[in-house]
Write a protein that binds this ligand. Structure first.
Ligand code: ZN
Length: 377
C-alpha cells in the first residue's frame, strides 16, 4: 500500500512539474509576443504568404504551376541558400501587378506583426523588381501608401519605408531609381542594399549612397550571414557607405576589431534567425548563437523577420521565441532585444523615449499580473 501511495505521489509530482513547465512556456510565449517591438528588417515582397500569392495570381489572371498553398511551400522547399531563395522570391513576386496587390500584402503583414507586438515597422521594398515587370514607381508607392493608411487606421502602429537597391544589378540602375523616386523621397526613411552579395558591392554603390545621403535619406545595407568576404564587406558598408545599421550583421562576432567599431558607432544589427521551409539542421542554432553572443558583447542587436511569408510563416515574436530556446537566451535578453529595436529605429527621440517607456510599463504590468514569472530566466 505504501508503495502504491508513493507511486501516486511521484506520478502527481512529475505531472505537477510538467504542468508548471508548460504553464511557464505558455506565459513566456505571451510575454515575448506582447513585448512592444520595432520591426526594422523585413521585405514587403517576402511577407507574401503562399495563400495570398495564389489569391493575387488568380485575381490578376496569371497561370501559376501551383494548385495549393502546399504546392507553393514545396517550391519554397528548394531554397537552401541566399541565391536559391532569391530566385524563388523573384518568381513568386512576379504575380504582383497592381497597387492593391501591394496594399493587401502589406496590410496582411501589419496585422500579423501587430498581433506579435510590433508597434513600429520600417519596411524594405525592391522597386527594381517591380519596374522590370512593367509596374511604375507611382503604382508601387500608391500600394505602399494604401497599406500604411489602412493599417494606421486599424491599429496603433507607425510605418516607414526603406527603398532597396539590388546589389547584383548595375549601380546605374539604382541611381536611376533613386532619381526617378524624387517625388516620393518624403515618404522614405532611407535606402538600403539587398539581393545576392556580390564582391565589393560597397565600392560599386558608393556614389548612389552619397547621393541618397545628400537627399537626407538614412542608410543601411545587408551583410548576409556567412558570405564570402564577409568581414571586408562589413568594413566596407561602415567606412565607404556610412551605414547606420547592418541587416543581419551576425558575422561581426567573428572579428574583435569590427565588433569594437560597430559598438563605438552604435550601429544597429538586425539579425534574422529564420528558417527556410527545407530542414537545415544547425541553421537556427548558429544564428541564434551569434545573436546571443553579440547581445552579450553589448552590440545594438535585435531580431527581425526578413521574409516571414516565404520562410515558414515565422514572424518577429515567433523568431524571438525560437532563438531564445536555441541559444538559451533569458527573459532579460528578450527585453534587451526589444529595446534595441527601438534604440536603432529611425524615429524621433521623443518617440524613442515613449516606446522604451512602453516596454518598461509592459514588463511591470506583466510581472504584477504574473509574479511567479519574474524568477523564470
Ligand atoms: Zn533581408
Amino acid at each position: 500500500m505504501k508503495r502504491i501511495i508513493l507511486s501516486i505521489c511521484l506520478f502527481l509530482g512529475v505531472h505537477a512539474t510538467v504542468a508548471a513547465a508548460d504553464r511557464d512556456d505558455e506565459r513566456m510565449r505571451a510575454f515575448v509576443m506582447g513585448l512592444p517591438k520595432a520591426e526594422l528588417h523585413l521585405h514587403m515582397e517576402g511577407t507574401m504568404e503562399p495563400e495570398l500569392f495564389l489569391a493575387i495570381a488568380r485575381r490578376n489572371g496569371i497561370d501559376v504551376p501551383y494548385d495549393s498553398p502546399e504546392a507553393v511551400k514545396d517550391r519554397l522547399r528548394a531554397a537552401h541558400d541566399l541565391p536559391s531563395f532569391i530566385e524563388i522570391y523573384e518568381e513568386l513576386i512576379s504575380v504582383v501587378e497592381q497597387p492593391e496587390d501591394i496594399r493587401d500584402i502589406t496590410l496582411a503583414y501589419y496585422r500579423k506583426a501587430y498581433s506579435q507586438g510590433v508597434r513600429h515597422a520600417e519596411m524594405y521594398f525592391d522597386p527594381q523588381l517591380h519596374l522590370e515587370r512593367g509596374m511604375t514607381l507611382e503604382m508601387v508607392f500608391d500600394g505602399l501608401a494604401a497599406g500604411r493608411a489602412a493599417a494606421m487606421q486599424e491599429m496603433d502602429i507607425t510605418i516607414g519605408f526603406i527603398m532597396a537597391f539590388l546589389r547584383d544589378r548595375p549601380a546605374a540602375d539604382a541611381m536611376a531609381v533613386l532619381e526617378a523616386a524624387e517625388p516620393w523621397h518624403g515618404q522614405l526613411l532611407g535606402v538600403g542594399l539587398d539581393n545576392p552579395e556580390v564582391e565589393d558591392f560597397h565600392l560599386k554603390f558608393e556614389p548612389v549612397f552619397k547621393r541618397a545621403a545628400s537627399y537626407g535619406l538614412r542608410l543601411t545595407s545587408h551583410c548576409d550571414v556567412q558570405q564570402e568576404h564577409t568581414i571586408k564587406h562589413h568594413w566596407g558598408v561602415i567606412e565607404v557607405l556610412g551605414v547606420e545599421r547592418i541587416d543581419h550583421g551576425l558575422n561581426v562576432i567573428d572579428d574583435p576589431e569590427l565588433l569594437k567599431e560597430v559598438k563605438a558607432r552604435g550601429i544597429g544589427l538586425t539579425g534574422v534567425p529564420s528558417l527556410f521551409y527545407r530542414d537545415m539542421p544547425g541553421r537556427m542554432e548558429y544564428r541564434a548563437g551569434a545573436v546571443k553572443a553579440l547581445l552579450d558583447a553589448g552590440a545594438e542587436m535585435s531580431i527581425h523577420s526578413d521574409d516571414p511569408g516565404m520562410k515558414r510563416g515565422l514572424y518577429i515574436g515567433d523568431l524571438m521565441l525560437r532563438a531564445r530556446e536555441a541559444a538559451g537566451m533569458t527573459r532579460e535578453d528578450m527585453i534587451t532585444l526589444s529595446k534595441n529595436s527601438f534604440r536603432t529605429a529611425w524615429i524621433s527621440e521623443d518617440a524613442r523615449a515613449r516606446y522604451l517607456r512602453m516596454i518598461d510599463d509592459y514588463v511591470a504590468a506583466f510581472d504584477e499580473a504574473h509574479p511567479e514569472m519574474v524568477s523564470v530566466p
